[in-house]
Write a protein that binds this ligand. Structure first.
Ligand SMILES: Nc1nc2c(c(=O)[nH]1)N[C@H]1C(S)=C(S)[C@@H](COP(=O)(O)OP(=O)(O)OC[C@H]3O[C@@H](n4cnc5c(N)ncnc54)[C@H](O)[C@@H]3O)O[C@H]1N2
Ligand code: MOO
Ligand SMILES: [Mg+2]
Length: 396
């Protein structure tokens, strides 16, 4: 067989990752993005001795020396500048979130105190709790809170907010063109004739990519060579990546490899030892990568999951996690090809098990909804894959 393996195809794709540069965006829009700068603590965390209970603030050693009653000298609310306790035998009424008053070090909860006529009496047998979150306890000013290259999660937006990072530098996302091809295709809002079908591939593929792209624009090519060449020329000049679906196999109107060559795109591979998705074509023109995926809906989707998505994730600075699962039933597969087996995943007592639901092949797009990943079975001598063996999975 003269074409390459899944591992070789994947390697070639990942050797061609791009860097799309850096941009500054409002922090509220940064969830999921990759930080292109380090975020440091702009002050100590917490920035002052922060009271953690509502109650009274006293000098602990006065209580330890046996004093039980404390006259209330003042009240310190959150948001007020720090007050001072001038008489060490008195106390300050204090609220959670307030700055601990000068000359005090301990807070006794209201629940542990009886307050009457401006005097607080501590209940009997109280252990000494401080109830203070000390200045700089968590992080010191200048410490790195979020590293460059970190993918921002929901909780990180609080860190950006509290450090005053109204705008944040992140890796830029690419502009992607996604192109359908085929004279049998009609739009979603049209009623197909008996020999026609509605375009469906690009919607599934676009939604896989949408959080990793700045823009995804859809185009359609008729099964016409000259027209395809003209449109592709223009699209290559304006996008970072192009994803095509259909027109890459052996049909008389499968013009895409020819059209791609005509616009000067360099072929990096055409055809992979795999099912589904064997006829995939991959190449580039300048800095723009082109993934020409086979038209069958399951093939295009799986190639997008296995090749385009990791390329995109790595290009924007995301780490690609390799996950494995346990094959829950024996499977045999005759052709001398790698096999992407559709599976339903179930976690059984901490073991991730993959239950195959194979469906009707690469045209059976309805079967994808019964599954949530595919298992990557290698092209091996024996065509039997045993129950209990472990293989990489690709979730979708
Ligand atoms: N003689 C051979 N014929 C075929 C081979 C082969 O090796 N030798 N490979 C088969 C395999 S495997 C696949 S997969 C397909 C790939 O075909 P193309 O990439 O050329 O795609 P088309 O012919 O344009 O379409 C195939 C199929 O997919 C449907 N399609 C296309 N685009 C969409 C879309 N946007 N939404 C929904 N469905 C789409 C199209 O109507 C066809 O039914 O070739 C085999 N043939
Ligand atoms: O990609 Mo084709 O699906 O192998 O039928
Ligand atoms: Mg074809």
């Amino acid at each position: 067989m003269d074409f390459i393996t899944v591992a070789q195809a994947s390697q070639i794709v990942l050797e061609n990752t791009q860097n799309f540069g850096v941009e500054t965006i409002p922090f509220q829009e940064s969830k999921g993005r990759i930080l292109a700068e380090e975020i440091q603590a702009d002050r100590d965390f917490p920035p002052f001795d922060r009271v953690t209970m509502d109650g009274i603030a006293i000098q602990g050693k006065v209580y330890e020396s046996g004093q039980k009653t404390f006259a209330v000298a003042s009240i310190q609310y959150a948001g007020e500048p720090q007050k001072t306790l001038d008489n060490k035998n008195a106390c300050v009424e204090i609220m959670t979130g307030a700055s601990l008053p000068k000359n005090t070090d301990s807070v006794i909860r209201y629940e542990d105190v009886t307050l009457k006529d401006g005097v607080a009496t501590l209940n009997n047998g109280l252990p000494m709790f401080k109830n203070v979150h000390k200045k700089g306890h968590d992080r010191r000013k200048g410490e790195v809170l979020l590293a460059k290259g970190h993918q921002l999660k929901s909780a990180d937006l609080a860190i950006l907010a509290t450090t005053g990072k109204e705008h944040v530098k992140v890796n830029k996302l690419p502009k992607i063109a996604i192109i359908t091809s085929g004279d049998e295709l009609v739009e979603v809002n049209e009623t197909p004739e008996s020999h026609q079908i509605r375009k469906s591939n690009i919607y599934a593929i676009s939604s896989l990519m949408e959080s990793f792209a700045s823009e995804i624009r859809q185009f359609h090519l008729k099964d016409e060579l000259q027209e395809s060449i003209e449109m592709l020329q223009n699209i290559f000049d304006n996008y970072d990546a192009i994803i095509l679906s259909g027109g890459v196999s052996a049909g008389k109107k499968d013009y895409l490899p020819q059209a791609l060559a005509a616009v000067g795109a360099e072929k990096l591979f055409h055809k992979i030892q795999q099912r589904p998705g064997k006829p995939m074509w991959f190449g580039k023109k300048g800095k723009t990568l082109a993934f020409a995926l086979p038209g069958n809906p399951v093939s295009s989707f799986m190639c997008a999951v296995r090749y385009v998505l990791p390329w995109l994730q790595k290009s924007i600075g995301l780490k690609i996690e390799n996950e494995m699962a346990i094959l829950a039933e024996e499977i045999s597969f005759k052709p001398k090809l790698g096999y992407f087996l559709q599976v339903k995943l179930k976690n059984e007592n901490g073991h991730l098990k993959a239950f195959p639901i194979e469906g009707g092949g690469s045209g059976d797009l309805a079967n994808l909804s019964l599954n949530d990943a595919f298992l990557e079975l290698p092209n091996q001598e024996s065509n039997c894959f045993e129950k209990g063996s472990v293989y990489p999975i690709w979730r979708f």
